[in-house]
Structures are given as C-alpha cells and as structure tokens.
Design a protein around this ligand. Structure first.
Ligand code: BDR
Ligand code: CA
Length: 303
C-alpha cells in the first residue's frame, strides 16, 4: 500500500479524484490537505469534507492556504465548477470538521515522521507544498514522490494560451516547487486532455437511480457542459485530478520523460511550464497515457 497525502482544491474533478483514491486499496490516504483554487478555502474544505463523508470514510482533512504566496487570488472559476465548487448540486452539510492542525504543518510532520514513505499528490495550486518547503526545507529529500496535476508542457494551456489553471493560480509557488529538487512527476494537460470521460458514463450513473449516483451524474454533467461550451463537440470532460491518482496507483498508465522545468512568473506567459533538456533539477513529465486502460480502471472504481 502506498501512503498518500492528497492536496486538493475541491472542485468537481478533485471530488472524483478523492473518491477514486479513497476507493482504491493500493492507496492508504492518511490525510487530505486543502487549498484555495477552484473556490475559496472555506468552500474547498467544506466540499472535501462532504465528499469524504459521501465515500463513507473517516480520513482527516487539514485546511491550508487561502491565497497565493505573493499575489492576489484570481477569479473563482464558477463557469467550470459552479458557484459552490461542486456544480451547484446540493450535498448534505458535512458532519465533521477540519482538524486543528494546518495543512502545511501536517505535511511537514508526516514527511519527517515517515522518511521516504509519503507520496504527496497535489491537484490544486502548489501553495501548501511551497509553504511546507519554505518552512522546513529539510523535508525535500524525505518525500518518496510528488505527483503533481498541473502544467501544460508541450501543449497549450487552459487558462491562457500558455498556462494551466493550477500553475497559473500561484506561479511563484509552482516555480519554487519545480526548482526545489523534489522527486516530481508532472501529470499535465499533455496527458489529462487525452483522458476524457465519455458522456455515456454519466448517463449510466444517472440510470442507476441511487442518490449518490445521481449526485455524481449531476455534478459531472455540469463539468461536462463546461467542456462542451469551451470546445463544442468534445464529447466528454477531462479527468485531470483523477489521472494524478491513477499514476500513483499504477505508474504504467503513463510514459514519462525527464526534463528541467522552469515556471514563468511574469508577463503574458505567466504560469507557463517551459521544458529544457539542459539544466537541473530534472522532473518526470508525463508525455503519453494509456487512456482506455486508465478510464476503464477509474470507471470501475469510482461508483
Ligand atoms: C486543474 O484545474 C482545476 O480546475 C482542476 O481541478 C484541475 O486540478 C486542471 O487545469
Ligand atoms: Ca484541482
């Protein structure tokens, strides 16, 4: 079993990723840390608690960053994730609360207590991880792996022509993380845009008739409509955050190449993840994915 901390900004695809992770026996999710991003930190934390409870699990949730390291928070992407972050589909108010310990301190404590054992999977802005390595740089060599959903290395961005949302939201945090020497795997738009959940799966969920399946169908349907608006005829929605979880479960879902990545923090190309074959440190960039195998695995696990 791989010991995992999932760092989320829940968010519709984050909700799918959390559910997938919690229902995968290969992963021992020891905690979820939250970040602002797809909504405010209050809402992303609330949504995380709600999704954990919906999965019937009691995994602790740690509240983290409420804004980027150095800049103002960008507008909340309500057109992608809804006003509430979960496609405006009602969920029960969570019974549980976030832990008293902050997300950054939780990450530092766990990595120190379990050297070379923790896989961190950040699927939101990289603010919590950046704060953790600023506060305790000695943890850098102690991570087993950091699997990041973020970046658009050899393909266009999804917020600007250059930049992917998680990197764009806190580019200074991303720049720090990519320059740190952490053992990083980048699950960017290069591969996540190849893993589109087909409309037929959502229709199948809806037809199941249970309250939970209907919620997943409505929430994912909202996200799918957003994709259809950006790119008419696309026929599905990208499983960004679930693919990062998939790579933790089975690294063979993807092909990886070692590159040096620099994050642009100024000008029109802010948030761009630029690859170069010279320069250190190197990170592993996912350049291809076995989309069918991953989709089959995800769909079989999530509901
Ligand atoms: C990423 O941005 C967020 O909107 C999603 O949850 C995902 O983590 C995709 O660019
Ligand atoms: Ca996310």
């Amino acid at each position: 079993m791989k010991r995992v901390i999932l760092d989320v900004d829940t968010g519709i695809d984050d909700a799918l990723a959390i559910t997938y992770a919690l229902q995968s026996p290969e992963l021992d999710v020891i905690g979820l840390t939250t970040c602002f991003g797809n909504n405010t930190i209050e809402k992303t934390t609330r949504n995380t608690l709600a999704i954990v409870e919906m999965a019937g699990k009691s995994v602790p949730v740690y509240k983290g960053a409420d804004k980027p390291l150095k800049r103002e928070t960008r507008d909340i992407p309500t057109h992608v994730h809804g006003e509430d972050g979960l496609g405006d589909c009602p969920t029960n108010e969570p019974l549980g609360k976030a832990e008293d310990e902050n997300a950054v301190d939780f990450i530092i404590r766990q990595v120190k207590q379990r050297p070379n054992d923790i896989t961190l999977i950040p699927v939101g802005p990289l603010t919590n991880l950046a704060k953790a390595i600023l506060k305790a740089p000695e943890i850098i060599p102690l991570f087993k792996e950091v699997i990041i959903m973020g970046g658009a290395v050899f393909v266009p961005g999804n917020v600007t022509p250059y930049s992917e949302a998680n990197i764009y939201t806190d580019p200074e945090a991303a720049a720090l993380v990519f320059a740190s020497g952490l053992p990083i795997t980048v699950v960017g738009l290069d591969v996540t845009m190849k893993t589109l959940l087909p409309e037929a799966v959502v229709a199948d969920w809806r037809a199941r008739g249970t309250e939970k399946a209907r919620f997943f169908a409505d929430m994912t349907g909202f996200y799918m409509n957003a994709y259809e608006t950006f790119q008419p005829g696309i026929g599905g929605c990208a499983l960004h955050d679930p693919l990062a979880v998939g790579v933790a479960i089975d690294p063979d879902f993807v092909k990886r190449e070692a590159w040096h990545i620099e994050v642009i923090v100024e000008g029109d190309e802010t948030g761009r993840t630029v690859a170069s074959s010279v320069g250190e440190p190197k990170v592993f960039v996912c350049t291809d994915v076995q989309a069918e195998a991953f989709l089959h695995h995800f769909v079989g696990r999530v509901l």
